[in-house]
Design a protein. Structure first.
Length: 240
């Protein structure tokens, strides 16, 4: 009798310890889920939300309290359409596209242009037929990429194409000339006594002169390709 009682007590203590460990892991999981920078959601095979973090709602401009476990994907997308965080296609067409993504067994990465942003999602099926996906707004990231690409081909002071962009344009014109016999003119220009402007009035005024010269060149050479090579040197490519 004593051994049976001890066994029951031990079993009870073990169960309490296991529950405590489980609660601790759940708390760690919930804390991690709420502090990552991406929106995360879990759906079951019936397309009902199991859980999500606050960021998932925020990516689509929704108050976090509006998205609750048990909601269907259709209900959540209706909320998104109501606030404009949706693609330009109709709601039913978008849901059909989601079904096609969800039916694929391999992990999927996709980005979609919305009326309000450009989200990126990573999607993976779960063993029970549901899926887990992460969502993030990559609008700023894409804008930064475009800005970097632009800076690589443009002069930061005058915003004219730079030497690298000039080389690309010149290569294109030469290739067209070889294939089609098209003609173009190359004009090289610099500013007389520009060094004196910098020396007498400072580089700030010199920069203003360069910007004004660039603006006047573009206004005069309408349709031509105007580039700044550096310093006070400019080049114009004009097709005949």
């Amino acid at each position: 009798m004593t051994e049976e009682l001890l066994a029951r007590v031990k079993g009870r203590l073990d169960l309490q310890q296991a529950q405590k460990q489980l609660d601790q892991r759940n708390m760690q999981f919930a804390t991690t889920l709420e502090n990552i920078g991406q929106g995360v959601c879990f759906f079951d095979a019936d397309q009902r939300l199991i859980l999500s973090n606050r960021r998932y709602a925020e990516v689509y401009g929704l108050p976090p309290e509006m998205i609750k476990p048990g909601m269907t994907l259709s209900e959540i997308t209706e909320l998104r359409y109501a606030v404009g965080a949706c693609p330009v296609v109709p709601h039913d067409e978008y849901l059909a596209w989601c079904d096609a993504i969800n039916s694929k067994s391999s992990p999927q990465d996709w980005s979609m242009e919305l009326k309000s942003a450009r989200p990126f999602a990573s999607h993976e099926r779960t063993s029970d037929g549901g899926w887990v996906s992460t969502h993030e707004d990559i609008t700023e990231h894409r804008n930064a990429e475009r800005q970097i690409a632009r800076l690589a081909l443009h002069d930061p002071l005058t915003d004219l194409p730079n030497r690298a962009a000039l080389k690309q344009k010149l290569d294109t014109l030469l290739e067209q000339h070889q294939k089609q016999g098209t003609q173009f003119a190359v004009l090289c220009l610099d500013l007389d006594r520009f060094k004196e402007v910098n020396d007498l009035f400072g580089h700030h005024v010199g920069d203003q002169v360069l910007c004004l010269a660039a603006k006047r060149l573009c206004a005069t050479a309408v349709g031509a390709f105007v580039a700044r090579l550096g310093g006070d040197e400019f080049m114009v490519l004009s097709r005949s």
